[in-house]
Design a protein around this ligand. Structure first.
Ligand code: AHG
Ligand code: MN
Ligand code: MN
Length: 343
């Protein structure tokens, strides 16, 4: 017998691992007096997203593809998976007594859980299924979530006021991408961490610790079919990228699921843009549950996010489903964008 044959390779199962729940408990030690309720809250999100991913993974085998037959408050046709994902999040989060208010892309009004209780400290806002147009064609979709503290002071009995807070007041935010694997990416304001769902054990395991967005990438991501209806400076900026103005050759990538387009931008660098268009003069993406969590993650990873007018996280929201342009990405691309487009 040769030495090679007797070498024992350690089993992957015996290597150290950290679940997202363990990680959250570790992160909580940063906050003196934390009671563990925040990790209980987040476990509602992880449970719901495991249920959603199970459904997504079996789409095509069960009757979950296609339209549900209703139109949501955005005037968009709801897909069956939009409705299922929304129900799972509502169900899993409504049992968390630390949550006072829930708001979702799919619900016109916020859902009040127990916002008059002193135990209710947080509002959670989410897009249950992002990238609906990709469901039927087996392309990555996602879930985004944003968590804010209950507001203090006058007028805070109104559930809407819990939700209408600028993104700079988020205490945690993140997303789950249902891609080639299922991955949870989140931040509580101390860096960004990614966890991959191990389907064999049903747990999110730390796979991407302290993610940093590259200072510059080589992809730009925008729906170029609308280019003629972007404000003209956007076109000039895209020409600048294509013309080598940033010192490298750019390629384009556009999936049409913001979570997936952003996830690539986070890991590989570059820029994602959803500018104002003729059809959506204020942008298409929703501030509270799409732009804010993505902007929070981007900044925590060393990137930037702007509406073209101001930092996304500083926008004072006026309505729950308000839209915004979103331009998010690496330092180099964003600095040039701000100089060329924001002026
Ligand atoms: P949702 O499926 O939650 O309505 O979001 C779809 C959004 C977003 O995911 C994506 O970036 C954008 O729509 C794509 O829009 P276009 O098809 O106009 O490019
Ligand atoms: Mn969406
Ligand atoms: Mn959605």
């Amino acid at each position: 017998m040769t030495t090679e044959e007797t070498t024992i390779t350690p089993a992957i199962e015996s290597e150290p691992f950290l679940t997202v729940q363990q990680h959250i408990l570790q992160e909580q030690k940063r906050f003196p007096g934390a009671s563990g309720e925040f990790s209980w809250l987040l476990s509602g999100i992880t449970l719901a997203t495991k249920l959603i991913q199970a459904k997504v993974r079996r789409a095509g085998l069960t009757d979950v593809l296609g339209a549900h037959g209703e139109v949501n408050v955005q005037g968009e046709v709801q897909q069956k998976l939009d409705v299922y994902a929304n129900d799972m999040l509502d169900h899993c989060l409504s049992m968390r007594e630390s949550i006072g208010v829930l708001a979702s892309e799919e619900n016109e009004h916020p859902i009040i859980i127990n916002h008059t209780s002193p135990n209710a400290k947080y509002a959670v806002v989410f897009d249950p299924l992002d990238g609906s147009s990709n469901i039927d064609v087996n392309v990555s979709v996602g879930t985004t979530f944003s968590i804010v503290h209950r507001p203090f002071g006058e007028g805070t009995d109104d559930a809407t006021s819990w939700v209408l807070q600028p993104g700079n007041r988020q205490v945690a935010a993140g997303y789950v991408i249902y891609g080639s694997s299922t991955m949870l990416v989140y931040s509580v304001g101390y860096g960004v961490h990614g966890f991959t769902l191990d389907p064999a054990v049903g747990a999110y395991l730390l796979s991407h610790e302290n993610i940093r967005m590259p200072e510059q990438g080589s992809y730009y991501s925008v729906n170029e079919a609308y280019r003629d209806s972007f404000p003209s400076k956007y076109g000039e900026y895209l020409d600048h990228l294509r013309g080598g103005g940033l010192g490298r050759k750019y390629s384009s990538r556009y999936i049409g699921s913001m979570v997936a387009d952003f996830h690539r931008t986070l890991l590989k660098g570059g820029i994602f843009l959803y500018p104002p268009t003729d059809d959506h003069p204020s942008g298409k993406l929703r501030l509270l549950y799409e732009a804010n969590p993505i902007a929070f993650i981007a900044e925590q990873a060393g990137g930037q996010a702007t509406t073209g007018q101001q930092r996304v996280l500083d926008v004072q929201p006026e309505s729950i489903h308000q839209r915004t342009p979103l331009i998010v990405g690496s330092q180099v691309e964003m600095d040039t964008f701000k100089t060329m487009v924001c002026g």
